[in-house]
Design a protein around this ligand. Structure first.
Ligand code: PLP
Length: 376
């Protein structure tokens, strides 16, 4: 069996988790603070806020952007469904923008056509790690007075104009789920530009308690905490942060290896005219969180045939990215099942993802290539 992904975890992560456990401080504590600083420094962001997942991070980012009931949030339907769901958590209405036929990402043009006077924020997804064109998108959003939030769940280590994704917008949110590039089991982090907003979200993460556990623990005098508003429990544990520190140290190696494996897929498959293979855009580099291929014709029946064929060969091939507007959760949405998002639906119907992981062997890689060629 060749899995779709296998996190690169080992003795170092186990030792770091053990050290955290034996320290006695297992909930959010000093290791979380150090992990936040290390990620922020690595990606060139002002501050990092560790959370339980990218999904809860998107929720806090939307609150930080001042999005509330009745506001509109523009986002791609072509994304993991958490992107669209986050808008609902703050009572906002999601408006779906179509995506580019080459990058899978929303563009300045598709966003512009989805903006209305009610738009308060835009969530830009760097789909499967492929960087979106942030300067062009930022210009459209700035002109409209709309806040940009980057759903960078898959994009830690990807680059835009030479710089890692993480500092191009007021909010950038990563995921550390095992399906992503580096992992803490579950977990996420919000990179936040504005210090005052970061301070407020730090408090909301912890039940809106105005004094942290660490501050109370370190104080000489007894402190009574207060709860000035309704908050959440979105805290990462120190065990996760300890694992995350080790994983962060591996990030450059993971991205380099994924790009090497991707290049090999591309050179082995590029002569097959039935396949549209992923490529770096002119302005950046993907981390290849997934190697996602689109069929140039044949649509869903042909794609599903490939998925079944790969399953029969015990190769962990997955469909490409879902469309939220085609799911039951968005059945009553004005854009639900309307066919108004043609490129989005083409990607969902016609794409699939090949297995790729740090310790993938040459033999496994070759087996996948042989299977794809045979099935076509
Ligand atoms: C995986 C993913 C999420 C959800 O991340 P969690 O950390 O599991 O909440 C959100 N958006 C995108 C684009 C994703 O790929």
């Amino acid at each position: 069996m060749i899995p779709i992904i296998k996190p690169w975890l080992g003795e170092e992560e186990a030792a770091a988790a053990r050290e955290a456990i034996l320290s006695g401080w297992v909930a959010q504590g000093p290791r979380v603070g150090r992990f936040e600083e290390a990620v922020a420094q690595r990606v060139g962001a002002t501050a990092g806020l560790a959370v339980t997942s990218c999904t809860t991070g998107l929720h806090l980012a939307l609150i930080g952007a001042g999005v509330g009931p009745g506001d509109e949030v523009v986002a791609p339907s072509l994304s993991f469904i958490a992107t669209a769901n986050a808008a609902g958590y703050v009572g906002a209405n999601v408006v779906f923008a179509d995506v580019c036929a080459v990058t899978q990402n929303v563009t300045a043009e598709t966003i512009a056509s989805a903006l209305t006077p009610a738009t308060k924020a835009v969530i830009v997804v760097h789909q499967v790690g492929m960087p979106a064109d942030m300067d062009a998108i930022g210009a459209v959003c700035d002109a409209a007075g709309v806040t940009v939030i980057e759903d960078a769940a898959c994009a830690i280590g990807s680059r835009y104009k030479g710089q890692e994704i993480g500092s191009h917008s007021p909010f950038v949110v990563y995921s550390f789920h095992p399906r992503k590039v580096i992992t803490t089991g579950e977990g996420g982090m919000v990179m936040i530009r504005d210090a005052a907003v970061a301070g407020r979200l730090r408090i909301l993460r912890q039940h809106a308690m105005d004094v942290s556990d660490v501050a109370r623990h370190d104080s000489e005098t007894f402190i009574f905490e207060r709860y000035p508003e309704q908050g959440y429990n979105y805290r990462m544990t120190d065990i996760q942060a300890a694992i995350g520190m080790v994983q962060l140290g591996k990030l450059s190696a993971v991205v380099a290896r994924r790009r090497e494996l991707a290049e090999r897929y591309t050179s082995a498959l590029s002569r097959l005219s039935a396949l549209q293979l992923p490529v770096d855009p002119a302005y950046g580099q993907t981390n290849y969180q997934s190697y996602c291929i689109k069929l140039t014709d044949g649509g869903r029946p042909r794609r599903d045939g490939i998925l079944q064929g790969m399953k029969t060969r015990q190769i962990g091939c997955k469909r490409g990215i879902m469309s939220a507007h085609l799911e039951g959760a968005y059945a009553g949405h004005p854009q639900g099942h309307t066919g108004a998002l043609p490129e989005t639906e083409r990607w969902t119907d016609s794409s699939f993802v090949l297995p790729m992981y740090h310790l993938m062997t040459d033999a496994e890689h070759a087996e996948v290539v042989t299977a794809v060629k045979a099935l076509l």
